[in-house]
Design a protein around this ligand. Sequence first.
Ligand SMILES: Nc1ncnc2c1ncn2[C@@H]1O[C@H](COP(=O)(O)OP(=O)(O)O)[C@@H](O)[C@H]1O
Ligand SMILES: [Mg+2]
Length: 461
Amino acid sequence: MSIKIKLTISYILLITMIIIFFGVISTLTLEKYYIDNIIEILTSQGTSFSRVFDSYIDADIYTISQDVVKKLATDTNAQVQVLNMEGMLLGDSTLSSTPVPIKILTPDVIQAISGESGVYTEKINNERVLHVSVPIKNKLNYVAILRLSSSLEEVSNIIKRLVLFLALVLTVSSLVALIIGFFIANELTKPLEMVKKATQEMAKGNFKVRAEKTSNDEIGILADSFNKMAEELGQLEEMKNEFISNISHELKTPLTSIKGFAITAMDLVEKNSELYEYLNIIDEETDRLSRLVDELLDFSKIELNKIKLSFEEVELDKLIEDTVAILRPHASNDGVNLICKKKIDRVVINGDVNRLKQVLVNIIDNGIKACSRGKYVKVFLDIKDKKAVIRIEDQGQGIPQEEIKYIFDKFYRGKNNKYSGTGLGLAISKKIIEEHKGTITVESEVGKGSVFTIELPLKDR
Ligand SMILES: Nc1ncnc2c1ncn2[C@@H]1O[C@H](COP(=O)(O)OP(=O)(O)O)[C@@H](O)[C@H]1O
Ligand SMILES: [Mg+2]
């Protein structure tokens, strides 16, 4: 996840949390405020209503209750009930006749029985109802309980509307936060993004990149350090390439001389003699060393961008045939069959003959080395989508999946290859093919073999 997204998500989370926090607090406070208010109204109504009983002073509480509740009900929205001190229901404003005497012993009533006002909320038919019970004193004794009940449905509705409103606010502000957050995050990460691009570019091997410094904060310091590092690495890289270039040049002269003397000496000694055999080995090993030095030299040329291709018309079919013919004895030596299979007779491209030959030699040679005795290396040539397609298939050991992405890297050598090499062959080949605006790809299966495919644009007429 990018920092930009992380920042944006943090903003939204923060805002959501704040809104939810204040939403919950304000909802709870508001609810408490409303309910307290209702309790207060009901209690004061109850207390003031209790005076009505004074005018019924001598009457039997049973007979007056029904009258009283009717009278009081006109002054309040609440349901009015009168209970005796045992909690027995005597009158109810919502009933037209005298109620069936049942006992109501909810906590508010129990509190009132003990002589103090009681409050209790309960759920009746899914509706919250608030009861306030006030004891009524007649002269010295408590004689009855006045119970006022009010539905809290309205409060619930207000709270519901508030929650809905808060949800709306939350959604809108989250959206706003998303937009603003995204812009802020974008601004904040822009310099980082530039440093990131530069490092990625350098990881690809370009040591000339520099990160632009846009601020003096941590990111600016990062850009500075990066640039310093890039510069030093660039210098080291250059030194390394110069060194390889110089040393390979230096090596070439003595190698030529050794080869020359070995060949001359071979003429002087008797063939089949032991000495002749030794000289032959010197000659062959010098050749091998020369090839390695050539590879190093090529590599340094590529790295220093000194490689110059001389383009001309190349008959790819002929080139492949020639190369295969040259390599066939070498393959036979290893007991490997090298076959050329052209599907098309004449394929002409624009390219550098020697460099293309070098690529073919590299890849066919790799194939031969990967094969055990009795196996095949086949070279195919075809045309597809206006491109020349060369396929080099071998029945060798194959390349492990995790190594495939590295084999075109310079100096990379397979973990389990037995021959010696510089690990430069494929890196150089790839570079050469790219200079020809072509592509080189590989598919491989361990134990079955590998297929290298080279595609080169045909010469346009
Ligand atoms: N045809 C192939 N079959 C199996 N492994 C291969 C083949 N071609 C290349 N490789 C692997 O890729 C690596 C790099 O090849 P290359 O660049 O030619 O270097 P080198 O041949 O000097 O080792 C080799 O060391 C080898 O492990
Ligand atoms: Mg090789």
